[in-house]
Design a protein around this ligand. Structure first.
Ligand SMILES: *Cc1c(COP(=O)(O)O)cnc(C)c1O
Length: 389
């Protein structure tokens, strides 16, 4: 090997030494509670398909209808000739669902976050981000060129001290439900602080939408906050809604600004219209089927109570994300591998996705799990932990 490549090889060795090497598992089955990996069936505890909609017959049927009607590709960007009646109808339904004037589809949540923050802020402005925000929000803040300030997790005093010193337009950005911890952002306090300092507040509700709130309206429904409190709402479609893509919802003025200025909206191909049709079908189920949210809550509570009983360090979470704090990265990987041997798929989440020394097992539940799945996971965890002592 010659120089730049010898360095790459050394970097990979280094990553492996620290127990941080990442690799993929090849899934041969549909998404769901049971996955087939290497010819073996395992129970899935790491999907974000919280409501069990990725392979729902109505959603699949709508997708097929969409492909039959519109074709597979959307042909171009939304602003050229890729914006179909299906996209348009979905945007209107998402606006109604979130109680906002308008919604705008993006191809992924990552792109939505980068596009929105860069459209609203530039040099001379300031962005404030919770330390535990999703990578796409952090990247969006950095790319915007605004002054970039991270505040301690959910720490209002730290945020306010920074807001006091800020200049230019100000944007506070937070996950609604924190993706690797499962806790909720203090949105009432954040909304008050934003108003007091004439700042915008942006909430990324990737893990709340469809899952939290009586009607599945997400973290903002949970707190009872409207468009005036949280002017910028981002939601993803690939998690609770079970399909793919993302949207931003807010005022007419916000959405028109994004259409003119968000580069990740303008310069990319529209997501397939069939995905929009599938999402319209899943949104209907989200709204109508409360049992999915109720079941999810029961399963999560059963797990958190059971995990505490066997002495695991469960992180405080009232969502479907129930992480168990392990600390050391290699230990987290070893436990995850032992669970896989027992037929249970639980992912080990390591730095830099989470802070140094806070590697964890990120257990997630789906409305399609049964109590016996939860009990089987608890039994396996108890055995593995005992055998390691
Ligand atoms: C998954 C996720 C995203 C990215 O959404 P994609 O549609 O997968 O690109 C953004 N923010 C948060 C908090 C997420 O969990």
């Amino acid at each position: 090997m010659t120089p730049p490549f010898t360095e790459l090889a050394a970097n990979l060795d280094d990553i492996a030494q620290q127990g941080l090497y990442r690799s993929r598992r090849v899934i041969a089955s549909p998404q769901g509670i049971n996955l087939e990996i290497d010819g073996k069936t395992v129970v899935n505890f790491c999907s974000n398909d919280y409501l069990g909609l990725t392979n729902h017959p109505d959603v699949v049927k709508a997708f097929k209808f969409g492909a039959d009607h519109y074709g597979v590709g959307s042909g171009s960007a939304h602003l050229i000739c890729g914006h179909s009646a299906a996209h348009h109808a979905l945007e209107e339904e998402l606006a109604a669902f979130t109680g906002r004037e308008r919604a705008l589809l993006f191809s992924t949540g990552y792109m939505a976050n980068i596009g929105v923050i860069s459209a609203l802020l530039g040099r001379g402005d300031s962005v404030f981000e919770d330390r535990l925000n999703h990578a796409s929000l952090l990247d969006g803040g950095l790319l915007s060129g605004a002054r970039f300030k991270r505040y301690a997790h959910a720490d209002m005093a730290d945020l306010e001290a920074n807001l006091d010193k800020a200049s230019g337009n100000k944007l506070i950005v937070t996950d609604g439900v924190f993706s690797m911890d499962g806790d909720f952002a203090p949105l009432n306090e954040l909304a008050v602080a934003a108003k007091k300092h004439d700042a915008w507040l942006m909430v990324d509700d990737a893990h709340g939408l469809g899952v939290i709130g009586e009607r599945g309206g997400g973290i903002l429904e949970h707190y009872g906050l409207g468009q005036n409190d949280v002017p910028v709402l981002m939601g993803t479609l690939g998690k609770g809604l079970g399909t793919f893509g993302a949207f931003v919802a807010g005022s007419e003025l916000l959405i028109e600004t994004l259409i003119q200025k968000a580069r990740t909206y303008i310069y990319t191909t529209a997501l397939p219209a069939a995905v929009a049709e599938a999402t319209r079908a899943s949104l209907k189920i989200v709204i109508e089927e409360n049992w999915r949210r109720d079941k999810l809550k029961q399963l999560s509570e059963r797990f958190s109570v059971g995990a505490e009983q066997i002495g695991l360090q469960v992180m405080p979470s009232s969502s479907a994300i129930q992480p168990i704090l392990i600390g050391d990265s290699q230990t987290a990987v070893d436990i995850s591998n032992a669970l896989l041997d027992a037929g249970l798929l639980v992912s080990a989440i390591r730095p830099p996705t989470v802070p140094q020394g806070s590697a964890r097992l990120r257990v997630t539940f789906s409305a399609l799990h049964e109590e016996q799945h939860v009990d089987r996971l608890l039994d396996a965890l108890a055995k593995i932990i005992v055998s390691r002592k």
